[in-house]
Design a protein around this ligand. Structure first.
Ligand SMILES: C[S@@+](CC[C@H](N)C(=O)[O-])C[C@H]1O[C@@H](n2cnc3c(N)ncnc32)[C@H](O)[C@@H]1O
Length: 211
């Protein structure tokens, strides 16, 4: 067999495996959306462009505890684990048991802690896992469709669990989340990602010493 045909034949099963993993992931996500459309807020996971841009400002050397709200099928989990120090921890919190079961089955990393719960319980969850503070909190929550009063509560509890110097990383289709963040975070950077279905707004809220 010519050399390049040989390489194509070797790569085909890998491509097939990658494609079926992606389809499986999207299937679980879509089922989660059909069962709880307002809590999931999107029919398809975030793009790799959103993931890259959102995580770019994180200082990974200073990150012992990274918390994610609403991981869904784990679109951000592997990229976070790839960047996290070896002795770091990633706690992910989701209200949907379908997603938490899927994550438990999919990620074997000992630094990975999936929790079935709600983001507003972040302080109790972080403390129950032996930490006083989180270095970074990432949110993929659909703030515009969450039950009344929940968004402000989540923003307040996130500010309180972050260490000074830590960051609250938020992506959303609307700017609603920024309104809740602005009540607690005096320094908020903004961005935008076109290459996402739908294009989304990105916010980084920084907790400074004395805030
Ligand atoms: C738009 S999906 C984000 C999925 C994934 N992070 C991504 O970027 O592809 C929103 C997720 O938030 C979860 N969720 C909704 N309300 C929540 C809450 N109060 N606490 C934690 N997770 C919540 C949903 O179950 C869903 O997994």
């Amino acid at each position: 067999m010519p050399k390049n045909q040989n390489a194509a034949a070797i790569n085909r099963p890998r491509l097939k495996q990658k494609f079926s993993r992606l389809l499986g992931q999207w299937g679980v996500f879509f089922r989660g959306f059909l069962e709880h459309p307002r809590m999931v807020g999107s029919i398809i996971p975030s793009s790799r462009f959103t993931v890259e841009k959102m995580l770019a400002p994180v200082d990974w050397e200073q990150c012992q505890l990274f918390v994610e709200y609403g991981p869904g099928v784990g679109t951000f989990c592997q990229p976070v684990l790839d960047r996290l120090p070896r002795d770091g921890t990633l706690i992910v919190i989701d209200t949907n048991p379908l997603f938490i079961d899927y994550l438990r089955r999919t990620f074997a990393d000992s630094r990975f802690v999936p929790v079935l719960g709600s983001a507003e319980e972040v302080e109790a969850i972080v403390k129950a896992n032996g930490f006083e503070h989180a270095d970074y909190v990432l949110s993929g929550l659909p703030f515009s469709t969450l039950p009344d009063g929940l968004g402000p509560k989540i923003a307040a509890n996130t500010h309180s669990i972050l260490r000074p110097g830590g960051g609250f990383l938020v992506y959303q289709f609307s700017a609603r989340a920024r309104d809740f963040m602005a009540r607690h975070f005096r320094h908020i950077d903004s961005g935008f990602e076109w290459l996402n279905i739908l294009p989304c707004k990105l916010f980084w809220g920084w907790k400074r010493a004395g805030d």
